[in-house]
Design a protein around this ligand. Structure first.
Ligand code: NOJ
Length: 603
């Protein structure tokens, strides 16, 4: 068969980043490390508190501090750093200054407190930010920029929503001659879709996304950051802007940087609400998994009735999402009390962290977790969930655990992209298997008193295993793990891996929306040797992830750099194969690299 060669330039648009092997670490910059004492006072010294008593003022953390701690972070196993917003902020305060970074004054400039004193803070200039990016690249680490498109700033001492375009005033809420803002009342009904989109949240000046000038400005600004080397975006308040805006925004940003990964903060997302999975599916944006976070806190920290059934109930809904393996998982963040403020028992926090590091999704560790950082004033609520980082001990149990599990995420693709199958669920005990091709990872945790269980059908190949966390050894015989002793708050992680797939071009094919019965499988059939040249018996098999998702990595060698045609088919042991009801799908394979297909089965 004659396959067509394609020029390299056309391949630019078919790359896609893989983010599922990452371990994210979220830093509130002002509270992490003060690497440069000269910039602490910033343009307005009144907003800085060197004694670190006033929780609403700046305390001195900066980008040099992050650079200084890169060895520490890399040793922890962090592969991607999410920094709280870096944009230039309103330089004024009432109860609080904008130390958190969510009250932007200029999206094309950097907060002066985070770079060196005297450095020009326009993105057109070289600053410490560029030094940080270079240092990260050298280590193979990624940077996630926290962005806000929904709003600028609230009323502070009579000024609201004054916005600049690289230093030039471009909008002002109280003199909005060019219609950059909505002027609606505050949200009162959080279930009213219209209010969520167009009313004001917490007094923040809300952008009018219908205004093309505004859209042009915000896209231009974020593209500038991407050009500096930002790898991914955490996007604030996505629930408060229309889906069409996000679809357009991400399209334009991906035209600019095709390999961009993004995840949004869809406030209090939960698969049971029906709305958050729909948002993720409609926009193609990953979201942060509040539902899992709550379930873990309720089960492990608060010991609520139902225990681990609460956690499993969330995983049972994974099929609502097209890409549950891309949800960003966490156990606390800067908007809620730290996990340890709910339950100060370190062992419980360790269980929770092992859970997010080994279940589906991309884990995000809130800064200081590995040092058991917490301040319980007022229940640990904001702002007490943002204490200054004090210790940098690389020997804490959690520091060591996160390091090992981060390695596991990179070496065992069952953990980063496989299915999640419960093997034993009770109030206090949770065992699950992650599975992808020959890769397996079995996790067993006990949040109650010491006990012994038998695990039937653990689906680990027979043999000996050493737990990655405890170093204990186990033997699986005849697919049975009997007499399994579990200490109080103990957690076991057993892993085995197959050979990694290799090919000049690797396609990560994800298929959604196909209905199969137990025993049926999915294949990709196509016009190239790797897909069996339309011979359905030689088609390439995918793996079951959940009711809505099949996934497989297909190595291409012979056909790399060529145009191919393909379609999916259901293989049934008791009936004829059912091919997709379309002529075919077409794709241009790059000469080398990795690309993700996201397809929906066509009936
Ligand atoms: C969510 C952020 O996480 C929070 O800290 C911020 O105050 C609001 N969005 C508004 O930007």
């Amino acid at each position: 068969m004659q396959l067509i060669e394609v020029p390299e330039s056309e391949l630019f648009f078919i790359r896609s980043i893989e983010f599922r092997e990452e371990t994210i670490y979220f830093i509130v910059i002002d509270r992490f490390a003060d690497g440069d004492p000269n910039n602490d006072e910033g343009p307005n010294p009144a907003l800085y508190d060197p004694t670190r008593q006033h929780w609403g003022k700046y305390w001195g953390g900066d980008l040099q501090g992050v650079i200084d701690k890169l060895d520490y972070l890399q040793g922890l196993g962090v592969t991607a750093i999410w920094l709280s917003p870096l944009f230039e902020q309103v330089e004024d305060m009432e109860q609080s200054a904008a130390m958190h970074g969510y009250w932007t004054k200029d999206f094309k400039r950097i907060n002066r407190r985070f770079i060196a004193k005297g450095e020009a803070n326009s993105l057109n200039e070289e600053t410490v930010f560029d030094t940080l990016i270079a240092a990260l690249k050298k280590r193979g680490m990624k940077l996630i920029l926290d962005i806000v498109c929904n709003h600028s700033s609230p009323d502070i001492n009579g000024q609201k929503g004054k916005l600049y375009d690289d230093g030039v005033l471009i909008a002002d809420f109280y003199n909005d001659t060019r219609n950059w803002y909505y002027h609606n009342p505050a949200i009162t009904d959080w279930n009213d879709e219209y209010q969520l989109l167009y009313y004001e949240m917490m007094g923040l000046a809300t952008f009018n996304e219908k205004n093309c000038e505004y859209r042009q400005y915000i896209k231009e600004a974020i593209k500038q950051w991407l050009d500096k080397g930002v790898d991914a975006l955490r996007i604030d308040t996505v629930k408060h802007m229309p889906v069409w805006f996000w679809q357009e925004f991400l399209t334009d940003l991906k035209t600019h940087k095709p390999e961009l990964f993004s995840f949004g903060e869809w406030g209090f997302s939960n698969p049971h609400d029906g709305k958050s999975p729909k948002f993720a599916n409609d926009t193609g944006m990953a979201i942060v998994d509040f539902g899992l976070c709550s379930a873990i806190r309720e089960a492990i920290a608060l010991n609520q009735p139902g225990g681990f059934y609460r956690v499993q109930a969330i995983f049972d809904c994974d099929h609502y999402y097209n890409s549950a393996t891309e949800l960003v998982t966490f156990v606390d963040n800067h908007d809620m009390p730290r996990f340890l403020s709910l339950n100060g028992n370190w062992d419980k926090l360790e269980l929770a962290i092992v859970l997010i590091m080994t279940s589906r999704g991309i884990p995000c560790i809130y800064y200081g977790t590995e040092q058991y950082l917490h301040n319980d004033t007022n229940g640990g609520n904001d702002p007490y969930n943002r204490p200054m980082m004090e210790y940098w001990d690389t020997n804490t149990d959690l520091y060591q655990m996160v390091g090992k599990l981060s390695q596991l995420r990179q070496n065992n693709s069952a953990v980063s992209r496989g299915s999640h199958q419960p093997k034993y669920v009770s109030e206090n005990i949770y065992a699950y298997l992650r599975r992808y091709r020959e890769n397996r990872c079995l996790v067993v945790m006990n949040k109650g008193y010491a006990t012994t269980i038998n695990l039937e059908n653990p689906e680990l190949p027979d043999g000996n295993y050493t737990c990655l966390i405890t170093g204990r050894t186990f033997t699986v015989q005849n697919n049975y793990l009997g007499g399994l002793y579990l200490g109080e708050n103990e957690c076991l992680v057993l892993s085995c891996t197959g050979k990694p797939l290799e090919g000049k071009m690797l396609v990560r094919a994800q298929l959604n929306g196909v209905q199969t019965k137990p025993g049926e499988t999915i294949v990709v059939t196509g016009d190239c040797p790797e897909l069996g040249n339309w011979d359905i018996d030689k088609a390439y098999g995918l793996e079951y992830i959940n009711q809505n998702t099949w996934f497989g990595e297909i190595p291409f060698n012979e056909s790399a750099g060529k145009a191919i045609a393909y379609k999916y088919a259901v293989i049934s042991p008791w009936a004829e194969p059912r091919r997709e009801n379309i002529q075919s799908r077409r794709w241009i394979l790059a000469h080398q690299g990795v690309v993700k297909w996201r397809d929906r089965y066509q009936y």
